[in-house]
Ligand binder design. Structure first.
Ligand SMILES: Cc1cc2nc3c(=O)[nH]c(=O)nc-3n(C[C@H](O)[C@H](O)[C@H](O)COP(=O)(O)O)c2cc1C
Length: 196
C-alpha cells in the first residue's frame, strides 16, 4: 500500500533542530514517507544549530531532493501528497511563497500545495516581525496556509529545550493527523477530580 507522503522543506530561519525532530518523529510513523529538501540558507543554519552534515540530514528522510531539481516529481500537482510542512520557514521563503515566485524546489512544492488545495503549514520564524512579514503571513493565512511559529509552551513545565521541541513537533504533526501520543491540555484542574 502506498504510504502517505509528507513534503518537508527546510529553509534558513533559526530552528533547524525542530526540522531534525520532525524527521525523527516521522521515521517512527510507519505509514508516512517524508520527502525532504533544504535551501542554501537552511544548510547554513543546519550546520550552525545542529552540526549535522547535509548527508546526515538526508539520511533521516525517506526521499531527499536537491533544491535546484525543479523538475522533480513533487514539482507537479499530479504527485499526490498529504501536504507540506516548511520548518523552519524564513521570511524570504514566506515572501517567495506568497508571491508565487517558485525559483527552487521548496518554493515550487509549496506553490503546488496551495494550488492543489492541500495543507500547507509554515513554521515561520523571525523576531521582531516587520509589517512586511506580518502582511505576507496574513495573506498566506487567507490563502489557507497554517502559520505556526515555533512558540514554546511553558504550561507543560518542560525540563529542557529538547523536550519543548519534541512537544512542539507533536503538535505540528497533529496538524496532519499524524500525532503520536500527545499530551493534551484538559483545562485548569481546580481539585483532584479531572474535568474536561
Ligand atoms: C544563523 C542564522 C539564523 C537566521 N535566522 C533567521 C530567522 O530566524 N528568520 C529569517 O527569516 N531569516 C533568518 N536568517 C536569514 C536567512 O537565512 C536568509 O534570509 C536566507 O536568505 C533565507 O533564504 P531561504 O529562505 O532560501 O533559506 C538567518 C540566517 C542565519 C545565518
Amino acid at each position: 500500500m502506498q504510504k502517505k507522503r509528507l513534503v518537508v522543506g527546510i529553509s534558513g530561519a533559526s530552528g533547524a533542530p525542530i526540522a531534525v525532530e520532525v524527521l525523527r518523529q516521522l521515521r517512527a510513523i510507519e505509514m508516512v514517507e517524508s520527502h525532504l529538501m533544504i535551501t542554501k540558507g537552511g544548510l547554513m543554519t543546519l550546520r550552525q544549530e545542529t552540526g549535522l552534515s547535509p548527508e546526515e540530514l538526508a539520511g533521516l528522510a525517506d526521499v531527499f531532493y536537491e533544491n535546484d531539481r525543479i523538475g522533480a516529481a513533487l514539482a507537479s500537482g499530479s504527485f499526490a501528497t498529504e501536504g507540506m510542512l516548511v520548518v523552519p520557514c524564513s521570511m524570504k521563503t514566506v515572501a517567495g511563497i506568497v508571491s508565487g515566485y517558485s525559483d527552487n524546489l521548496l518554493l515550487r512544492a509549496a506553490d503546488v500545495t496551495l494550488k492543489e488545495r492541500r495543507k500547507l503549514v509554515l513554521v515561520a520564524r523571525e523576531s521582531p516581525l516587520s509589517s512586511i512579514h506580518l502582511r505576507n503571513m496574513y495573506e498566506l493565512s487567507r490563502m489557507g496556509a497554517v502559520i505556526m511559529p515555533p512558540v514554546m509552551t511553558y504550561y507543560r513545565q518542560a525540563d529542557s529545550v529538547q523536550e519543548m521541541t519534541r512537544n512542539f513537533v507533536q503538535r505540528l504533526l497533529g496538524q496532519f493527523g499524524m500525532k503520536q501520543e500527545e499530551w493534551e491540555w484538559t483545562g485548569e484542574e481546580k481539585d483532584s477530580t479531572r474535568s474536561v
